[in-house]
Design a protein around this ligand. Structure first.
Ligand SMILES: Nc1nc2c(ncn2[C@@H]2O[C@H](COP(=O)(O)OP(=O)(O)OP(=O)(O)O)[C@@H](O)[C@H]2O)c(=O)[nH]1
Length: 321
């Protein structure tokens, strides 16, 4: 599954997803006949946020822009029919998890099988019983929300609550491609806790875990722009992807996170840097061009981290590619 960064809050994952839903579910009704729209609207308007599209292309646009939770899709429409809309939804990595229910007068077994094979979750024949349609939609929405939650959890690091390496790998590549398309710069920080083996040896592994949680929370707080995100890159390493950020901006942020960790005054009696826990930060910035890869940005930030370590730790090292 692709993650769409436009829905990502700054810094870390949206933990509000773990609680009860904060908004009404969004239904998109797609039909070219106003009378059909009206009937379905009346069935659902009191319970859901209902949106309407009257053609296939408009439906696809609304799926991309308005993030509905479920689509009720008429089959027979002039121009692009419902089957084609469904096919395009299922072919789009950002939309393929969106449940589609066909609502149609053409309800023979062959048509129904065809619609389900295209990836629809259900097929409702007209004329329909409103109570049955309501119940079916409710059941499919519950499944959708559970699926969303599971997908979301699969991208979170269990120890620190920030995004995990899997999320980093997908989203760093996605942001890199976006920067390439828009001719923007992109920055990457790779952050490592200094003398962390000694920390574990001195305070114990559980205290080490707690220190990692604290560092993750500090990094989360420092990242304020909607596209920025923190992830756990490895054991005691974190990575921050900074879309649309130049060298000066990335260097400034790197220094801010460094200062914030130091100012948290987490005691580290066996560090050579000072009495408190510190981090080293490798920072790389580039304006991607075709033929270049996100891996280049990652290995450059990693090299800078190595330089920061060799300069004595507790500092930032940056490069513009
Ligand atoms: N408590 C805890 N420790 C971890 C975790 N993941 C990795 N570590 C520890 O982090 C330590 C990293 O050690 P090193 O790679 O030698 O680096 P370092 O001691 O930080 O030394 P420098 O990076 O050179 O400053 C190892 O002892 C790992 O066991 C974790 O999830 N929890």
């Amino acid at each position: 599954m692709m993650m769409n960064s436009s829905y990502r809050p700054s810094g870390g994952p949206d933990l509000s997803l773990l609680g009860p839903p904060k908004r009404r579910s969004r239904l998109l009704i797609v039909d070219d006949q106003p009378i059909n729209i009206q009937v379905l609207y009346q069935v659902f308007a009191s319970e859901y946020q209902v949106m309407v599209a009257t053609s296939g292309p408009q439906a696809l646009e609304m799926c991309r822009d308005k993030s509905p939770d479920l689509v009720l899709l008429d089959v027979q429409m002039p121009g692009m029919n419902g089957y084609e809309v469904c096919r395009q939804i299922k072919a789009d990595a950002n939309l393929r998890d969106l449940p589609v229910i066909f609502v149609t007068v053409h309800s023979d077994a062959k048509e129904e099988t065809f619609g389900l094979e295209l990836g629809a979750v259900d097929y409702i024949a007209k004329p329909f019983n409103p109570a049955v349609v309501r119940a079916r939609v409710k059941a499919h929405l519950q499944l959708k929300l559970q699926g969303d939650l599971l997908r979301h959890l699969s991208f979170i690091d269990g120890l620190t609550g920030v995004y995990n390496r899997r999320y980093f790998d997908e989203c760093c590549e996605q942001e890199f491609q976006r920067a390439l398309r828009n001719a923007n710069e992109i920055g990457l920080l790779i952050i490592d806790v200094d003398f962390f083996k000694r920390y574990n040896d001195h305070y114990g592994h559980l205290a080490g875990d707690e220190a990692l949680r604290q560092v993750a929370a500090i990094l989360n707080m420092q990242l304020k722009r909607p596209g920025d995100f923190v992830s756990r890159f490895g054991g005691e390493e974190f990575a921050c992807v900074l879309p649309e950020t130049d060298l000066e901006g990335a260097r400034g942020l790197a220094q801010e996170v460094l200062d914030a960790v130091r100012m948290a005054h987490i005691a580290h009696a066996s560090s050579d840097v000072g009495p408190f826990l510190t981090i080293s930060v490798g920072c790389a910035v580039m304006r991607p061009q075709s033929g270049r890869a996100a891996a280049e940005l990652i290995s450059a930030a990693d090299e800078q981290l190595y330089l920061a370590k060799s300069k004595g730790r507790g500092c930032v090292s940056c490069v513009q590619l």
